[in-house]
Design a protein around this ligand. Sequence first.
Ligand code: PHE
Length: 456
Amino acid sequence: MNGSKSGREHWGSKVGFVFAAAGSAIGLGNIWKFPYLTGQHGGGAFVLIYIICILVLGLPIMIAEIVIGRHTEKDPVGAFKIIGGGGRWTAVGYLGVLSGFFILSYYSVVGGWTLGYIVKTITGVVGGITDTSSAEAVFSAFIKNPVEMVLYHFLFMALTVWIVLGGVKNGIEKWNKFLLPILFVIIIVLIVRGLTMEGASRGLAFYLKPDFSRVTVFTVIEALGQCFFSLSLGMGAMITYGSYLSKSDKTLDSSLQIAGLDTMAAFLSGLAIFPAVYAVGMTPAKGPGLTFNILPVVFSRMAYGNVFALLFFVLLFIAALTSAMSLLEVTVAYSTDEKGWGRRKSVLIFGSLIFLLGIPSSLSFNVLSDVKIFFGLTFFDFMDKLTTIYMLPVGGLLIAICLGWKYGLRNTMHELDTDTGLQFLKKIWAFAIKYVSPVILVLIILYFGVYRMLVP
Ligand code: PHE
């Protein structure tokens, strides 16, 4: 296949595309970051602000990416050759491919942790954790072991590679259609468990009681940044997935469904986590701390905790895996479209390179923990910050400018179709892409990339 339009793979169905894109969006960001941000920043007030951010920034950029993908039927680099008229704008495509490459290299390390904890739950290690200090001891022994770190990173990458080798329809689509329903079922089981525990209401209050006094301008920017990462925007994942759409699929309706599923998963994760955390008398934390130092203790204090622990780590694993597929597919689309490589060659070469780049990240917690490569950051932290704070927002900004001002929306308006009477949204979208999104993205870059780096 050399990327000619006739040879391009397509999704088997519109639902398949929506599931795959939602699988990309629903990731670790939804499960371990959104709930905590919400609890910290005013509960219900934050949820409301987050939803507005999705509507104002997330959806317009998501639609733009899907439209660019379906219009050009190309990987991000090929897409920007077309809409940027060749020349310098092509760099936006390369930036996207590079972002996918970088993000997957450390995302896979964390994906490996979820695998490790599935194994630790089955072998009874997690069941033996009864307080936070033993939880911390287990987690730190785990990440301090370089061999285990690299091994689990390898396993996670190998699984991602294996699925993406199957192709768009028989690999990515098939697995997302299988895994995403499981993910939602697990969240719901965990919610029912948490809410039926005694004392759950305090967790609910922490999570959702609106507290507008906690809301500042920074809260809003925090929500904007979170929605951008959570929807997998700014690097061409949605351009790539959109490029496999057929012309009869409705882009506007799909985009709404994808953003809706992503927001629902994020919101429900908080409902699954906080009531249980408070019911056993603990208080939450963010990110890895919540997942690996607090939740194991919570599970050990509930009846059948082992079963729920297993379900939870499987949930995290699924969320990470379906996002990883999209990250790898961006680099694969680039090499098949631009270099004319076959899928097999692309997946194996890029999968191996990403695995290798992930090794210094897996060693950032042990052998290389003292190696600070920039601003006192370990390799892992550096890759994380570089991509989420700089590369994605800059990518998003350039996508909006290129489509809105350089190529012109008129040329792509026909790609924005709907069969549910949402015509009026088209004008709003055009306004958002040309004016609103660029301004907001510049603010995000200034806040996270300059202000927060200097004043942590
Ligand atoms: N959206 C994913 C998450 O929430 C992360 C991601 C970002 C995936 C960019 C693909 C591209 O974890």
